[in-house]
Design a protein around this ligand. Structure first.
Ligand code: FE2
Length: 285
């Protein structure tokens, strides 16, 4: 069974979005830094509320999904459909913008801390104009699997196979069939997992370092770097001496043209122009 190797490193860089939220952006800094169908990955990690408290006031999306995952802190959100919620620490909001959503996302500190991620996943052309929907997944709905060797895996989407067990995450039935795991490993801890050979995959350590694959000739992936992986049927990695916490993401690529204008991600420039017109005319949603 072929093991995936580290093919490309996308270092995160400081960015500012929404009403001045300071964050680290890896995927999505430019059109060349995507891993189809993943468009963007932002990490917010701060103990200074001034970095994030103004949040993301009312703004639109069309044509893709946003996945917000919080490790610390919580987030108030509200949308044009009348949904209001408070995404708790450890929870996930999986939002399908489809033809359009207008919402606000306002992070809240917890003991002074906020730490979380927002991932954008593209939708296939045939699904870009479907009605908007979202799911708030509470922390207790996310299976936690203790790994032999002392690690812990949280299964947000896809199927985790570990120690003869298979555990299904709460998000299922998406056409890109995403795997989304949050994994902690102790010092020098090993993790090995099958991935469909047709999926694209990347790894994002938010704590510690990771040696990817069987080769010792490639340097370890550092904290806050996204590591895009080669093809293969299996992911194998090893945490550094400080242990590691990382996101593992894999999904079926779309191989479709991408035209992006800020929060609109479509297949052609004409569709982007239409989205802008729809938004300006109050007809996005
Ligand atoms: Fe948003």
């Amino acid at each position: 069974m072929s093991t995936r190797s580290l093919q490309r490193i996308i270092r995160s860089t400081p960015a500012s979005d929404g009403a001045g939220v300071r964050l680290l952006r890896s995927l999505g800094q430019s059109p060349f830094q995507r891993v189809d169908p993943f468009l963007m990955l932002d990490e917010i990690s701060s103990d200074n509320p001034a970095d994030y408290i103004a949040g993301f006031p009312s703004h639109p999306h069309r044509g893709f999904e946003t996945v917000t995952y919080l490790l610390e802190g919580h987030m108030l959100h509200e949308d044009h459909l009348g949904n209001r919620g408070d995404l708790r620490s450890g929870g996930v909001q999986w939002m399908t913008a489809g033809r359009g959503i207008i919402h606000s996302e306002i992070p809240q500190q917890e003991n002074g801390r906020l730490h979380g991620f927002q991932l954008w996943i593209n939708l296939p052309a045939r699904e870009k104009m479907k009605p908007a929907s979202y799911r708030d997944i509470q922390p207790e709905e996310i299976p936690r699997v203790e790994l032999s060797g002392g690690g812990l895996a949280k299964v947000i989407s896809g199927m985790l196979e570990a120690d003869g067990l298979t555990v299904q995450g709460p998000i299922q039935g998406l056409s890109t069939a995403p795997l989304f795991f949050d994994i902690r490993l102790p010092a020098n801890g090993l993790f090995s997992h099958p991935v469909p050979a047709t999926h694209n995959a990347f790894i994002y350590p938010y704590q510690g370092t990771l040696a990817i694959g069987a080769s010792d000739t490639v340097r370890p992936l550092q904290t806050h770097e996204a590591g895009a992986l080669s093809g293969g049927e299996r992911i194998e990695l090893r945490a550094g001496v400080a242990g590691a916490g990382f996101l593992l993401l894999a999904a079926s690529p779309l191989h479709e043209p991408i035209h992006q204008w800020g929060p609109f991600v479509m297949n052609t420039q004409e569709e982007i122009d239409q989205a802008i017109r729809d938004y300006e005319n109050g007809e996005l949603v």
